[in-house]
Ligand binder design. Structure first.
Ligand code: ADP
Ligand code: GLC
Length: 495
């Protein structure tokens, strides 16, 4: 790893996010916040990551306490800090009445009713912490609706703050489907003025949206792939925000996520029985044996001989679960087996569980969240299925590519930007890509993959082409730095 570049004056970013590895995770947001800060440090930036100290997080040492009033509530905020070995500074906000809960956002598909207050506090306390340092930060980088009020507070109550006032903001949309929509009477309860309840600011069909506030009030908006940046300006993918985003098109940029190539490395992954790389795939077969046995599927000539298709996913419509459900009767007829890991909508969980019961040698399902098993599936599966309806970036297809596991994806968002469809003459092909959001199109793609698997030389070429790709964070981090510089410039130069 190269030595960190010399820290230039005021190249400092305050990252605000509701989840971050290794502290918390429900999806890809956590992976991004677990890796992007370090990549920025390697480029000479000072990075402070602020995130909640949820139940079960033991990290950090108490460095200070302050009281923060939000509406009629006064919160005692404990600041726990820790420094990563590479220099990233992490601030974990300890407010037990808000964050010491069973889940991050939702219990049994019902959101915590005080989510607006919980995540308003995240932004407010992060900014309060920064203001108390007495040193200006160059840029605030907020992620998703949960951190969406940071740019809004900076434009309203903190606009003339001596330290924070005028700080430029970059806001990253990881998923436009989650919009932070609440009743408007939250505005005064979050110390926000009623004039934000207007179409130009936070109002969205009679409610307020944290996401909309952030889109309107940030200096620069990014999202996590180029294709998704285009898609969300259309009616099909815009979730009603297309007009708002079109208005800000000049400040909207797609930056593809990277992957953490240290923790996702088949040559050095503690979750695998045996390491492997593009030159020697023997360890991949060992992982296939291991994953089959974890799912109670006997690893014999028959099960090892047919392709094993993996899926690790939140089980929600976004991920194409309805396409899979429409094909449920056909999957066991294919010359393949499936290993599935995920949680989400009860209907989809039980669909998979029923299939597994009916076809125990064909389908294995684990409902739950299991990081180690996710690594083993990425290694042991031959192909990986991601038939998403929409996909802002998607990380699993990139993990798959690195693990020699051929992705079968729909051509949307980041999936379209990272996987190249196989055709007989395309040397750069890395997977199977289908266009139409239709059950037959998915089935056809699965059949194409299975047929290719039967042609070992071609399959091997696909695997190798994927394993050669470099989706590490450094390139993406350089793009973020460009956006930070642009935001600073747009906000009036180095303050
Ligand atoms: P999203 O953020 O929309 O869920 P991504 O592909 O960006 O999709 O990221 C999902 C991340 O969460 C990946 O790291 C994936 O491996 C992980 N993940 C999802 N479901 C599970 C699960 N049940 N167990 C372990 N990891 C999971
Ligand atoms: C979101 C998206 C996913 C993306 C992740 C990280 O959860 O659904 O596509 O990879 O954020 O940016």
């Amino acid at each position: 790893m190269p030595a960190p570049a010399r820290v230039r004056p005021n190249r400092s970013v305050l990252m605000i996010a509701s989840e971050a590895l290794p502290y918390s995770k429900t999806g890809g947001l956590a992976d991004v916040l677990g890796a992007l800060p370090s990549a920025l440090v390697r480029l000479g930036w000072q990075v402070t990551l602020v995130t909640p100290r949820y139940r079960g997080v033991a990290a950090g040492r108490l460095s200070e306490r302050f009281t923060l009033a939000i509406g009629a509530h006064a919160f005692d905020v404990g600041v726990y800090e820790e420094a990563w070995p590479d220099g990233v500074r992490v601030v974990l906000l300890d407010v037990p009445e808000l964050f010491d809960r069973e889940a991050l956002y939702t219990i049994g598909n019902v959101d915590y009713p005080d989510n607006p207050r919980r995540f308003a506090l995240l932004s407010r306390a992060a900014l309060e912490w920064a203001g108390r340092r007495g040193q200006r930060i160059a840029v605030v980088h907020a992620h998703d609706w949960q951190a969406g009020l940071a740019p809004v507070y900076l434009r309203t109550s903190l606009a003339s703050h001596p330290i924070l006032g005028g700080t430029p903001t970059v806001f990253t949309i990881h998923n436009l489907a989650y919009q932070g929509l609440f009743e408007p009477d939250w505005l005064p309860r979050l110390d926000l003025p009623w004039d934000l309840f207007s179409v130009e600011r936070m109002e969205f069909w009679g409610r307020i949206s944290f996401l909309k506030g952030a889109i309107n009030d940030s200096t620069i908006i990014t999202t996590v792939s180029r294709t998704y940046a285009r898609e969300i300006q259309t009616r099909e993918f815009g979730c009603g925000f297309e007009g708002i985003l079109q208005r800000r098109a000049g400040d909207l940029v797609g930056i593809l996520n990277g992957i953490d190539v240290t923790s996702w490395d088949p040559a050095n992954d503690p979750h695998l029985p045996q390491p492997f790389d593009a030159n020697d795939l023997a360890g991949k077969r060992a992982a296939k044996v291991a994953v089959l046995s974890r799912y109670g599927i006997e690893a014999d000539d028959e099960t090892l001989g047919r392709p094993l298709i993996g899926m690790i996913s939140r089980m929600v419509d976004q991920k194409g679960l309805d396409l899979i459900a429409a094909n449920a009767a056909h999957l066991p007829e294919l010359d393949a087996s499936f290993v599935i890991l995920g949680t989400g909508d009860a209907g989809y969980e039980s669909m998979w569980s029923r299939l597994a019961q009916q076809y125990p040698r064909r389908v294995g399902v684990k409902v739950g969240f299991d990081e180690g098993l996710a690594h083993l599936i990425e290694a042991g599966a031959d192909a990986f299925m991601m038939p998403s309806r929409f996909e802002p970036c998607g990380l699993n297809q990139m993990y798959s590519l690195r693990y020699g596991t051929v992705p079968i994806v729909r051509a949307v968002g980041g999936l379209a930007d990272t996987v190249t469809d196989w055709t007989p003459r395309r040397r750069s092909a890395t997977g199977i890509v289908f266009e139409e959001y239709a059950p037959e199109a998915l089935l056809e793609a699965l059949k194409r993959a299975i047929a290719l698997y039967r042609q070992p030389a071609k399959w091997r070429a696909l695997q190798k082409a994927g394993m050669k790709l470099d989706y590490s964070w450094d390139r993406s981090a350089r793009e973020y730095v460009k956006m930070y510089d642009r935001a600073i410039k747009q906000a009036g130069g180095m303050r």
